[in-house]
Write a protein that binds this ligand. Structure first.
Ligand code: GLP
Length: 253
């Protein structure tokens, strides 16, 4: 894992956006895995800026989002469909049919999950997967105890995750108990990953992900075994790393 520690989330997000831009220039039909949450918002703003000001062309790109809440209509303001359109897709030139998110209203969830996996395979696999980090070390909605071999499936959300994400809902009780998420196995098949983690509240999870043992209790720790992960971390999120200088020596965004 390459650890790139930057003073703040804005600088780190701009650097991460450059990594994605370089891929799209090199491979205009790149397959991107995308994430939600507050963390990638500045990263998405940077992509929009690169599209508007520098002509970064997304017309041949295909996207697959990591996850979606079960039971929310796509137009529910807290759905990941709505989030992605509001913060990214409405501002880029990705053809509608190239955009994929799990369907939280699917009547046969296992069949839908299998079809989602198949669609990723048919697209040629994910070239670059964007990831955020849950405060309990989850990636996408793979909660602690998720199998490393797991594929896209329905996951019960932990109380911690429900609490962390409740602020996205107008009424907390609307927050779903389940989500469809790519599995750890699905994520690990991405050719490269961009992990973004910002803010002091992520510091314990960052330390466990980077310096802890690879453990089923910290799903993100498995990224230590992925050959192509760049983790962009701001200084507050890096605050509990025991050897931040050692990680800094790997800086090579
Ligand atoms: C949710 C998402 C994750 C995201 C996490 C962190 O659980 N499913 O993909 O990484 O939230 O959210 P935030 O970026 O708001 O801290």
């Amino acid at each position: 894992m390459d650890i790139i520690i930057q003073p703040d989330a804005i600088v780190a997000s701009a650097m991460a956006a450059q990594v994605m831009a370089a891929l799209i220039k090199r491979k205009p039909d790149a397959v991107l895995g995308l994430a939600t949450g507050s963390t990638p918002l500045e990263f998405y703003r940077q992509l929009i800026r690169l599209h508007r000001e520098e002509g970064l062309d997304f017309s041949r790109v295909t996207t697959f989002n990591l996850d979606e809440y079960v039971g929310l209509k796509p137009d529910h303001p807290a759905s990941y469909h709505a989030f992605m359109h509001k913060h990214l897709f409405n501002h880029l030139n990705i053809p509608h049919e190239h955009i994929h998110l799990p369907d939280g209203l699917a009547s046969d969830i296992p069949a839908h999950c299998a079809a989602y996996e198949e669609a990723i395979r048919e697209a040629g696999g994910i070239d670059l997967q964007v990831l955020g980090l849950g405060t309990n070390g989850h990636i996408a909605f793979n909660e602690p105890m998720s199998s490393r071999a797991s594929r896209t499936r329905c996951m019960k959300l932990s109380p911690q995750t429900r609490k962390d994400n409740a602020s996205f809902f107008e009424h907390e009780e609307e927050m779903p108990h389940h989500a469809i998420t790519m599995g750890i196995g699905t994520i690990m098949e991405g050719r490269e990953c961009l992990m973004l983690a910002f803010g002091e509240r992520k510091a314990p999870a960052v330390a466990a992900m980077v310096e802890g043992p690879v453990s089923i209790h910290v799903p993100a720790s498995v990224l230590q075994r992925h050959p192509g992960v760049k983790a962009f971390i701001d200084e507050p999120a890096a605050g509990l790393l025991k050897k931040p200088n050692a990680h800094l020596s790997f800086n090579k965004a």
